[in-house]
Design a protein around this ligand. Sequence first.
Ligand SMILES: NC(=O)c1ccc[n+]([C@@H]2O[C@H](COP(=O)([O-])OP(=O)(O)OC[C@H]3O[C@@H](n4cnc5c(N)ncnc54)[C@H](O)[C@@H]3O)[C@@H](O)[C@H]2O)c1
Length: 350
Amino acid sequence: MNATSSSPLRVAIIGAGQVAEKVHAAYYRTRDDLRMVAVCDSSEAQARDFAGRYGIPLACTDVQTLLNEARPDIVSVCSPNRFHYEHVMQALAAGCHVMCEKPPAMTLDEADAMRRAARQAGRVLAYDFHHRFALDARMLREQVQAGVLGEVYVTTAKALRRCGVPGWGVFTNKALSGGGPLIDIGIHMLDAAMYVLGFPAVRRVSAHSFQRIGTHKHSGQFGEWDPAAYSVEDAVFATIEFHHGGILRLDTSFALNIPQQSIMNVEFCGERAGATLFPAQVYQDRDGKLITLCERQSADDNRHMRSMKAFVDHVQGQPVTIADAEQGFIIQQLVSAIYEAAEKGTFVEL
Ligand SMILES: NC(=O)c1ccc[n+]([C@@H]2O[C@H](COP(=O)([O-])OP(=O)(O)OC[C@H]3O[C@@H](n4cnc5c(N)ncnc54)[C@H](O)[C@@H]3O)[C@@H](O)[C@H]2O)c1
């Protein structure tokens, strides 16, 4: 690490878009033990603008220049999915700790190489699966661990939007994103569900995928898109079977004809009690009446900042849990298996 105990850690950001601004820089600027020293974007104007807003001394368009000239301790990878692998590998090779945006990568092989590179370099590689950092997720994890729900045998995760195709970025471009709602938003509820369940071993996966709206409509609640260039799925419905006999169902869409604008939640059904993630609530039937065993009044909205804090604290040696490269690999494995099962129309064994 380039910093001494008295000098701030040097931070660099790759991909100066909206998540870099609203989450990464927004968090880093709150700490006086960190200093943002460089930003890189394929668009020079974007990099310069970003650097100007945050007083960052180096703005460039080349990742290797950023690593060589700024010598960062920490790198945030906020580029489109297609570039996560190469940017993470470059940063690890330069000896940096890395916070990479989700999804980890485009393929299972890439996520595997990334976790091995982090291990070999002895550096932290974290993924920004921030929903598991909500106090709601922590509360439910503790309840599951304490046995309050009994064995959880049915979990339903939903990341659904009614006509919520992103009108910005490259989220409808398969070559740059690797997929649609599953790899973009479904992956968040998948990670949160797996975290609360304690990452049980997966036996096999089945799935159905649809492309019925994105290629026909052109506008929705998040602006306009080009239906002729829409190359990702618009909905996926998957069932993950665990070795212990339970199942996790995942429903995710950018556009589905449902009454709600958006649903991002998980329900856990155990033998003794059930639970809802946002806001966290644990309930039980007593003689036909629903009893609340514990609850949060409203969902924790500070989860994104908690995700960033966990990463930095972990880099500094504090014993805090992060969404690490090993768990990121498992999530990528599930996403890949779901796409494969949907494409082949068969079960995919893990
Ligand atoms: N954790 C979350 O909730 C969350 C939220 C939004 C986005 N994301 C993830 O963050 C990443 C970026 O998403 P965004 O919404 O900020 O997109 P964005 O389009 O706003 O920003 C991406 C930026 O990367 C730049 N870029 C493109 N190719 C590049 C390259 N080769 N090298 C360097 N820069 C490059 C673009 O010019 C753009 O400025 C995606 O992987 C996305 O999945 C995560």
